[in-house]
Design a protein around this ligand. Structure first.
Ligand code: CO
Length: 136
């Protein structure tokens, strides 16, 4: 799959605002972007640790998949996202190895990345995202 690094960790929270003091004042990361992804019904907040980001995910609607995830499992780590130079190639590779795909083609995600998810049933129960930066 030619993964280069962990692009981000996605963490579900009920309220970004309530979590900012911990991330900014306790562990000392700076929130550099807050962005709403309307089609995912989610608000995101980003922090950087080296080249890896922390992505907080707050549902903006009760029928958001993130709201359902929080209702079932509580707040916490939601997914791991790997950077790759080609999501299309990584998906083809995964499909060839019998991995169940949530997205069969890359789609637009937060921060202008092209993303796709692999199904946790095929990834040792960790929801896994692949990310490609089209500007690189
Ligand atoms: Co993500």
């Amino acid at each position: 799959m030619n993964l280069t690094h962990i692009e981000h960790l996605g963490i579900d929270v009920k309220s970004i605002e309530a979590c900012l003091p911990y991330y900014e004042c306790v562990i000392g990361l700076k929130c550099y972007n807050i962005e709403e992804v309307a089609d995912q019904k989610v608000k995101t907040a980003f922090f950087k640790v080296g080249q890896t980001k922390i992505e907080l995910l707050e549902p903006t609607s009760e029928d958001s998949t993130i709201a359902k995830f929080i209702a079932n499992k509580g707040e916490g780590i939601h997914h791991i996202a790997f950077a790759t130079d080609s999501v299309t190639d990584a998906l083809a590779d995964a499909a060839e190895k019998g991995i169940r795909l949530i997205d069969t083609a890359p789609r637009g995600g937060a921060e202008g990345l092209q993303i796709a998810f692999l199904h946790p049933k095929s990834t040792c129960s960790v929801l896994t995202e692949l990310c490609e930066d089209p500007n690189k």
